[in-house]
Design a protein around this ligand. Structure first.
Ligand code: ATP
Ligand code: MG
Length: 483
């Protein structure tokens, strides 16, 4: 860290500005460290190289700067590059107001959000999120609080000096200045970054009350970065978790997907449970952990599999993940209904399952919203389980494999079989049916090769004819049972 004379002068000016601004903005909801003077880390003393910043973000930073605005990179982009990781996205912050950003980038720019107006600037195929400095709500403007909670956050500030105290964690409040490539640190974020500590800026209880989603962010960053929560940041969380009930379910949907579809699902789950937050997102899943010994293993298995797929750059589907997270509570709902897997016609089972799904989704969506399109996919995956373990054979099985839901349904059965040995005979059977040649398929579809019929019935029939002959007969006359 090298301090030159101009830097000392700047510090002094900032110090004066700080004192003046604190006097004029009292009272503040979050105690701002009044004698905090930013540390400016000059380019030779940090590792944030422009080659690590996306060309789109650099273009936006340069254009803002050229137009006479202040422009900084902030948040995960700075944090992750300094940690030697690849950032998910780059966030730009500026003193330009949303309309000015719109004017500067014209058709490349779209203003979005109500709670928080942001600009999305498109450069080639990338989109860079640009936000205007925020200030305290006491400064007037378009901000609104409800019981200490921020419900609208469009009170604009004129400098980082104000913006920094509105950020969540110290490691997320490092600003990369495009004018001289230095990093500005008001909150000792750099020290926390080196020590692997997540520390909320300001008074933790007030900061969680202002925005309870910060608790979920704490769990997510602890998981993703492998950081420890500072004790003062960690301590209030279990008591304040129920503040999440005030957060719109649509926002919690976004947060849940970030928690479970960013490659750190298993660790995020552990952090959420450690701080007793999981139950505020998926209360029925949490409840099933107490009564169903397979519930938690299933949830952990899907989280593990999801992380593995992402690590191999394979696609992951929100519907598949949610189908697994909500399968144990679905079974609980079904257990309270006259649902009998072995002795009921499949249409009746389907009817009961549809009712149970409807019931569960209405309850669950009071917490985490799930879009209709995703619910439809979850429903298909679940209903397909009845077919995959139902009593049928012959052509019907082959036809099922052609069904558009087969792949997801089969994958889900495989997942269930990973934690429930009793399902392995079904998953193996479907695997062999897909992989086998026509002779193997005939054999599998015969009574003897079939796991879906009761043992006694199978043996009795098997003795009268050879397996293959029986299979042929069944396949040829399309003699399906069940469905
Ligand atoms: P990542 O993009 O890797 O998930 P991030 O830190 O960039 O992490 P974003 O959600 O992109 O997270 O937010 C960008 C920055 O905006 C954060 O680093 C933080 O400074 C600020 N921020 C975001 N959400 C909040 C919040 N709820 N309260 C306070 N500051 C926030
Ligand atoms: Mg980000």
């Amino acid at each position: 860290m090298v301090n030159n004379y101009s830097h000392v002068f700047l510090k002094f000016i900032n110090y004066l500005v700080k004192i003046i601004s604190v006097k004029t903005t009292l009272p503040v909801p979050v105690p701002v460290p009044i004698n905090s003077i930013p540390i400016r880390i000059l380019r030779p003393d940090h590792t944030l190289s422009r080659s690590k910043i996306s060309p789109a973000a650099l273009t936006v930073l340069y254009q803002l700067h050229k137009a006479g605005y202040q422009a900084f990179l902030v948040g995960g982009g700075v944090r992750d590059v300094l940690l030697g990781r690849a950032p998910k996205d780059f966030d730009v912050v500026t003193n330009a107001l949303p309309d000015q950003i719109k004017h500067l980038f014209s058709r490349q720019c779209r203003l979005i959000g109500r709670r928080f107006v942001l600009a999305h600037v498109s450069v080639n195929r990338d989109v860079v999120e640009v936000s205007t400095f925020r200030a305290h709500h006491e400064k007037g403007g378009d901000g609104a609080m409800e019981n200490g909670r921020i419900v609208r956050d469009n009170v604009y500030g004129s400098s980082i000096n104000e913006d920094v105290w509105r950020r969540d964690f110290t490691v997320n409040a490092l600003y990369y200045d495009i004018s001289d490539f230095s990093v500005i640190d008001y909150t000792n974020g750099m020290t926390d970054l080196r020590a692997g500590v997540l520390r909320l800026i300001g008074e933790p209880i007030l900061r969680y009350q202002e925005d309870p989603v910060r608790m979920l962010r704490a769990a997510r960053f602890a998981a993703k970065l492998g950081f420890k929560l500072d004790p003062a940041t960690a301590e209030p969380i279990p008591q304040l978790g129920n503040l999440l009930t005030h957060i719109p379910p649509a926002r919690l949907h976004e947060e849940a997907l970030k928690l479970f579809l960013s490659g750190y699902a298993m660790e995020s789950f552990k952090q959420l449970r450690k701080y007793d937050l999981f139950k505020h997102l998926f209360p029925y899943t949490e409840a099933s952990f107490q009564t169903d010994p397979l519930a938690q293993p299933l949830v952990e298995q899907i989280l593990f599999n999801t992380d593995q797929r992402l690590a191999k750059n394979k696609p992951v589907a929100a519907a598949f993940l949610l189908a697994a997270l909500l399968w144990p509570p679905l079974l609980q709902v079904l257990s309270q209904r006259p649902f009998h897997e072995d002795r009921q016609p499949e249409d009746r089972q389907q009817e009961l399952m549809l009712e149970a799904i409807q019931h569960l989704m209405v309850q669950q969506m009071r917490y985490v919203f799930i879009p209709k399109r995703i619910i439809a996919l979850i429903q298909d995956i679940w209903l397909f389980q009845l077919r995959l373990t139902g009593k049928h054979r012959g052509k019907k099985s082959l036809r099922l494999m052609e069904h558009p839901c087969f792949r997801a349904g089969y994958d889900f059965l495989m997942l269930r079989a990973q934690v429930d040995e009793s399902l392995q005979k079904y998953s193996d059977w479907w695997t062999q049916l897909q992989e086998g040649d026509s002779e193997v398929r005939l054999q599998l579809m015969s009574h003897g090769g079939h796991p879906f019929l009761p043992e006694r019935k199978r043996r009795a029939r098997k003795s009268s004819k050879s397996k293959i002959a029986t299979a042929k007969e069944n396949t040829e006359d399309g003699n399906d049972e069940g469905i």
